[in-house]
Design a protein around this ligand. Sequence first.
Ligand code: UDP
Ligand code: MN
Length: 511
Amino acid sequence: GAAGTGQDGQEQAGSSPGMHRVLSLDVTLAPRDPRAPGQFGQPVAVPADKQEEAKSRWKEGNFNVYLSDLIPVDRAIPDTRPAGCSEQQVHDDLPSTSIIMCFVDEVWSTLLRSVHSVLGRSPPHLVQEIILVDDFSTKEYLKEQLDTYMSRFPKVKVLHLRERHGLIRARLAGAEVATGAVLTFLDSHVECNVGWLEPLLDRIRLRRTKVACPVIEVISDKDMSYMTVDNFQRGIFTWPMNFGWKQIPQEVIEKNKIKETDIIRCPVMAGGLFSIEKKYFSELGMYDPGLDVWGGENMEISFKVWMCGGEIEIVPCSRVGHIFRNDNPYSFPKDRVRTVERNLARVAEVWLDEYKELFYGHAPQLLRGGAAVGELGPQRGLRRRLRCRTFRWYLRNVYPDLPAPLARASGLLVNEALAGCIAVEGTTLAFEECDVNSTHQQFNYTWLRLVQHGELCLAPAGVLGAVGLRRCQAGSRSLGWLHGALATGHPGLVSDAAALPCQGGHSAGGH
Ligand code: UDP
Ligand code: MN
């Protein structure tokens, strides 16, 4: 497709009209001090007599802050782009972008290196501005000292928020003041690589509803080296909405002759680094403003983009390094786990339709928080107004390899000793000879642990020991049943002898 533009022996003949070879601007091609530590992305070792100091400074950022401070803020890094990227053609009339970096208590040298990497490796005419959003940091150096330092770069603006917004709302605050046609979000501990920006903007130039993500490379939290990552990675999620990376299988790559430079369409994006047209972002309602602090917003924007007519793409020729770390170095206004879970439950309630059962079924502790997700009306209204597609459509068309059966199991309820099965007759139960073809004997075991036949669910009835049918009610604990085979590891039939009503609901349901 379009990803192969300029790859077919045409590059020697010069540029197509209206296009040019991607610019290789990099002010660090001849670094000021080639022998400085960390230069060219090389690993750095902490000297023996500095081990204690390095150790004690680790928690300032949950990475090797001591080494970061040693490394030049404008160090060179290796050009890690796949072969062919530097010859690729992009349009002359690319939109300009505002670059938005939110931070709370970011390490000084790391923040500066992020900004210098943008200034040093982006075509100036495409950078409308760099907006640094200080999310109410507590560190003194992130106030006047930062303003003073950045005042020498006319394009860099610092926005000091007057209360802690959290990443999600801090990004919205940055977007509000941005004047570029495109918004490019970056974390505050990144290093943009040569040629990173034009390929992103070129995708949006091609179609305004494309959301373009760079390949996120790794800046080691331990030795600060710049490392490339495997190609052909897609952003995916597993239940209950855990983000992850998944390699495209080798046979798929071969069968479809996928090249290293080809665009990769992703079911979900990692969240931290991406470009989106400003007006399109605004049409999508930006982020759900009901999401708190951090987490789950990548799921929300991903579902919203795909289901409402857009696309999410990884652009292999755009590469940005990021310091991955084990824990957030800043405090959460509320409990971290609870915050993320609540955000995810909001996303499920707005976007997953009937598939939210899978989400809750994989995280039963979230069902109880039902009331705490907040007002959903405006988000559901937005989804209707935008005429977005269903989650079923998303699964079929965007992420068909996600296992998402609506029922956890389906089949017969067999009493093995008596070789009989439970059947539904009208609104009552019967006990009959088993017949796999009888629709009356078919039950679904749902993710919310109901034993369901159409609208009716198996329920304890009247006298103790009797079972009957009741209208199903998702989330009803008295209708929940544990599958005996869950303990033995053989999912399948819900056996009469082994199925027990959930005692105490969720404590039993967790296993
Ligand atoms: N951030 C922020 N306010 C918050 C939490 C995070 O501005 O309340 C910033 C943070 O400084 C970073 C970005 O948001 O630049 C993403 O956060 P982080 O790097 O901790 O997420 P991760 O990359 O670990 O997923
Ligand atoms: Mn980060």
